[in-house]
Design a protein around this ligand. Structure first.
Ligand code: SAH
Length: 396
């Protein structure tokens, strides 16, 4: 730790920090005073020396520093970071009923840049994604375990963004034994979560409230769940009384997990169909077969990992939405999502509207959808609003 080190910004480049946006890009830095190491806390000042923030320094990233605090009186130490963790947990105390899995820490939006912590029953899964979070690595798991009563913690820092931060990927047990097949319960439905090999930290916790919505829309209907992963929306639909649920994914492991989850809940396996296929081709096939569905869920992977992928992503989103719309029965519902941070809600809306025009389908927006309450978005950090969706209904 080098408390003397300072980052002096170029004239005029202090604006975003004054608006409490936590990122300081390399181009905004005029000079570094002192010799901060990667992850050290530096004081960020404007050209005239005015205090702006205390931030974690990363000489290897385009995001040269990430602000921990905008309060000049605040020292960044263990007590400060533990208070941030406790604050994140306290905010979630009202969000637990019905589920023993939730996101405890959501990075920048919880004032802890680069730290993600998910709770699956008694197991914590952490992603350490910034130099600052890495610098304090040994603190997170024991502190969170003490605050929550969790008994094991596993690290899943095998995420592309670590490379951009100059950090190697890393996975492994942080506390307790390496967990296999962690059981969770979400709104009365059990899921087995593979926190070691599964996608993200093992489960798409962000879709919890939207799965609950799907459950209410599924009763008595024929449901299509494209990009089903381990069957989150499929199980919600079956539990909601769907007549038949057809689910697709290209990942055989994901489909195998989904099947196990149906059995785990004693749901009628005869009502569930699992298709290992590419959604893009499969939707066209279903159209050729004259199929129609009362509820379709489209929750694809991140088509636009960065800004430069937006044009291609827009085409892909339009394509799947257009074909899904053609498969809607009269009065049918479409829950359509994008988790690409680079595609904002307004653009997503326009893409979907374009798809509806080309599909010649009349649709109403019933509601705008977003990530669940345990994925808060800091008002100063719009990048945190990555998941957006629309609940659309076709004319009867
Ligand atoms: N809705 C899920 C999460 C979906 S994640 C839930 O609530 O749990 C996206 C999924 O899409 C992944 O499982 C991935 O394997 C799958 N996938 C990616 N590209 C695909 C494609 N072209 N066709 C079918 N599935 C695809």
């Amino acid at each position: 730790m080098n408390p003397e080190a300072r980052l002096v910004l170029k004239p005029g480049r202090e604006k975003s920090l004054r608006h409490r946006h936590p990122w300081i890009f390399s181009g905004a830095v005029d000079r570094v005073e002192g010799e901060p190491a990667m992850g050290d806390t530096v004081t960020v000042v404007a050209r005239d020396g005015a205090f702006l923030a205390r931030a974690a320094y990363n000489p290897q990233s385009q995001i040269r520093a990430r602000a921990w605090s905008f309060d000049p009186a605040q020292i960044v130490d263990e007590a400060f970071l533990k208070a941030r963790l406790q604050g994140a947990i306290d905010r979630r105390s009202v969000m637990r009923p019905g589920s023993d899995a939730l996101r405890l820490v959501h990075g920048e939006s919880d004032g802890l840049p680069g730290l993600v912590a998910d709770r699956y029953g008694d197991t914590l899964v952490l992603q350490i994604l910034s130099a600052g979070a890495e610098r304090w690595r040994s603190l997170w798991a024991p502190a969170l375990a003490q605050m929550t009563g969790a008994s094991a913690a596993f690290e899943r820092s095998d995420v592309e963004v670590r490379t951009l931060e100059g950090l190697p990927p890393r996975t492994g047990a942080l506390m307790g034994a390496v967990p296999t097949g962690v059981r969770i319960v979400e709104d009365g439905i059990s899921y087995e979560v593979d926190v070691v090999h599964g996608q993200k930290t093992g489960f798409y916790l962000d879709q919890r409230e939207n799965r609950a919505l799907a459950r209410t829309l599924a009763a008595g209907g024929d449901v299509l769940n494209a990009f089903c992963y381990t069957g989150g929306f499929s199980l919600a639909a079956l539990a909601g009384g769907a007549r038949h649920v057809s689910s697709m994914d290209t990942s055989e492991e994901a489909l195998a997990g989904a099947r196990r989850n149906v059995e785990l809940n004693g749901l009628d396996v005869g009502k569930a169909e699992w298709v290992a296929a590419d959604v893009f081709g499969q939707l066209r096939k279903l159209r050729d077969q004259g199929k129609h569905y009362s509820l379709i869920v489209l929750d694809p992977p991140k088509f636009a990992p960065t800004e430069k992928h937006v044009a291609n992503a827009a085409r892909a989103y339009k394509d799947i939405n257009l074909w899904a719309m053609k498969l809607l029965a009269p009065g049918g519902h479409l829950l359509t999502f994008s988790c690409s941070g680079a595609v904002n809600a307004d653009l997503f809306h326009k893409i979907v509207a374009g798809a509806a025009a080309d599909a010649r389908v009349d649709l109403q927006i019933r509601r705008h959808l977003e990530a669940g309450l345990d994925h808060p978005v800091s008002i100063h950090f719009p990048e945190g609003e990555y998941l957006k969706g629309l609940w659309l209904q076709a004319a009867a």
